[in-house]
Design a protein around this ligand. Structure first.
Ligand SMILES: *Cc1c(COP(=O)(O)O)cnc(C)c1O
Length: 397
C-alpha cells in the first residue's frame, strides 16, 4: 500500500483513452466511446483475478459494503455483526440501510473472534462482516461454519488485504460477498472506487441495478429502462475505472514488493524477545500490506510508538488511541450523534456501547503496533528502517 506510489505510463495511457472519447460515464453513449468500457473491463479483470463469477464496481469501498448488504436483502432492523477494530465504514454502511451494527471483540488475529461472534447472534442477526484488517484475515473457516449453522450471510471486508488468500482462495471470495476499496491509499487505487465480488447471480444483479438508481440495464436506451426496485447512485466514473484497470494488472507486482519489504522488517524484529507477531489463521496467506506486532503491554506499546516516531520511522500506527479505527473513539456511534433522526430500529436495537466490555479487544489492540509497508521504498530505505526499528525497540527504557 498505497498503489499511487508507483503510478506510471500504464495509468496515464488508460486515462488518455477515456479523455480521447470524452465519455466519463460507464453507461450509454455507445457511439461516442471508441469502444472503451473501462468499468466493464475492470469488473471482468477483478472477477477473474479474484476467481469469482461476478464483480460490481461502485464509487467507494464504503458504498461497496452498503450495496453488498442491501443486495443480499439486508434492511431496517436486521443486525450485522462487525468487529471493534475496523474502519468507521463498517458501521456507516450498516446504518446507511437502517440495519444495526453489533460490535464484537477481536483476538490475536486482529479480526473477529469466532466464539464472540456466535454469542452475539440473536433472532435479528442476518450477516457477519469480518474485516481483514492490516493485510491479514479473520478465521474464515470458523466464521463460515457459524454462518452456515445459523443461516447468515458472510460478507468479507477485504479493503485492507487485497491479494491475501485463505485456503488458496483470494480474500473476499470465501464468503457470500466480498468488498474492496480502491481509495487513494489502498494497495491498488482508482482515486476513489470500490468493488463487490460474489458467485451469486442474484446478488450481482441486485448490486448492478441498485447502484444505478434501480436501472434494469436491459436494452440500449437508458430512458426506456424499467426499475424493478428502489435504488440509489453509487456509480463509479470511467476516469476512476481507467486508473483501476491499469492498477489491477500490477496487483501481483505490488504484492511481491510488499512481501519483500515486509520480510526485511519482520526479520529485523523477530529476534527481539519482547516482540511477538499477529496470528495468521491456519490456511491464510497475508497480503503483506502491514507488519503487525505485539509488545508485552499497553505502556510499552505506547512508548515504542512514540519512540519510533521520534526516530523518524513514519507510517507506524498505534490503533488503540486512533480516532477512526477503534471503538474507544467512536463517540458519535456510541452517542447516536446524527444530523437527522436515525431509523427507529436503530434507536431501539443499538446496544448501549458506553456500557460494553471490550476488554478482550483492548488486551490485543492496546499492545499492537502496525507499520504500513510502502511500495516505493528503495532497498536501502527498507534496511535502514529495519535497523532503526529494531534499535528503537531494543533500547526502550
Ligand atoms: C478503506 C476502507 C474502507 C472504505 O473504503 P473507502 O473507499 O475509503 O470508502 C472500508 N473498510 C476498510 C477496512 C477500509 O480500510
Amino acid at each position: 500500500m498505497p498503489g499511487f506510489e508507483l503510478f506510471g505510463d500504464l495509468e496515464r495511457a488508460q486515462v488518455q483513452d477515456v479523455m480521447d472519447s470524452g465519455v466519463l460515464m460507464r453507461y450509454g453513449f455507445d457511439t461516442m466511446r471508441n469502444g472503451h468500457w473501462k468499468a466493464v473491463e475492470l469488473e471482468k479483470a477483478l472477477a477473474k483475478r479474484m476467481e469469482v463469477d461476478y464483480a460490481q464496481l461502485v464509487s467507494s469501498g464504503t458504498s461497496a459494503l452498503t450495496v453488498a448488504l442491501i443486495s443480499a436483502g439486508i434492511g431496517a432492523g436486521d443486525e450485522v455483526v462487525m468487529p471493534t477494530f475496523t474502519f468507521v465504514a463498517s458501521f456507516e454502511s450498516i446504518l446507511a440501510i437502517g440495519a444495526v451494527p453489533i460490535l464484537v471483540d477481536v483476538d490475536d488475529t486482529l479480526c473477529l473472534q469466532p466464539e464472540a461472534v456466535e454469542k452475539a447472534i440473536t433472532s435479528n442477526t442476518k450477516a457477519v462482516m469480518p474485516v481483514h484488517m492490516c493485510g491479514s484475515m479473520a478465521d474464515l473457516k470458523a466464521l463460515k461454519s457459524i454462518c452456515d449453522k445459523h443461516n447468515l450471510i458472510l460478507l468479507e471486508d477485504a479493503c485492507q488485504a487485497i491479494g491475501g488468500t485463505f485456503e488458496n482462495k483470494p480474500l473476499g471470495s470465501y464468503g457470500d460477498l466480498g468488498c474492496f476499496s480502491f481509495d487513494y491509499v489502498k494497495t491498488i487505487t482508482c482515486g476513489e472506487g470500490g468493488g463487490i465480488i460474489t458467485n451469486n447471480e442474484r446478488y450481482k444483479s441486485n448490486a448492478d441495478h441498485y447502484s444505478d438508481h434501480g436501472h434494469d440495464h436491459v436494452g440500449k436506451d437508458r430512458g426506456a429502462e424499467t426499475h424493478p426496485f428502489l435504488g440509489y447512485n453509487y456509480r463509479i466514473s470511467e476516469m476512476n475505472a481507467a486508473v483501476g484497470l491499469a492498477q489491477i494488472k500490477r496487483l501481483d507486482e505490488f504484492l511481491a514488493i510488499q512481501k519483500k519489504n515486509y520480510t526485511v522488517l519482520r526479520n529485523a524484529l523477530k529476534t527481539i524477545p519482547e516482540v511477538t507477531f499477529r496470528r495468521v489463521p491456519e490456511g491464510g496467506v497475508e497480503s503483506y500490506a502491514f507488519l503487525n506486532f505485539f509488545l508485552p503491554d499497553v505502556e510499552t506499546a505506547k512508548k515504542a510508538h512514540t519512540a519510533l516516531g521520534k526516530a523518524g520511522v513514519d507510517a507506524c500506527f498505534y490503533w488503540y488511541d486512533n480516532n477512526w479505527h477503534y471503538y474507544r473513539k467512536w463517540d458519535h456511534l456510541i452517542n447516536k450523534t446524527a444530523l437527522g433522526k436515525l431509523p427507529q430500529e436503530v434507536y431501539d436495537q443499538l446496544p448501549d456501547y458506553s456500557k460494553s466490555d471490550f476488554s478482550k479487544s483492548d488486551h490485543w489492540i492496546g499492545r499492537t503496533i502496525s507499520c504500513l509497508i510502502k511500495l516505493g521504498w528503495s532497498e536501502d530505505e527498507v534496511s535502514n528502517r529495519a535497523e532503526k526499528m529494531a534499535e528503537v525497540i531494543k533500547n526502550l527504557e
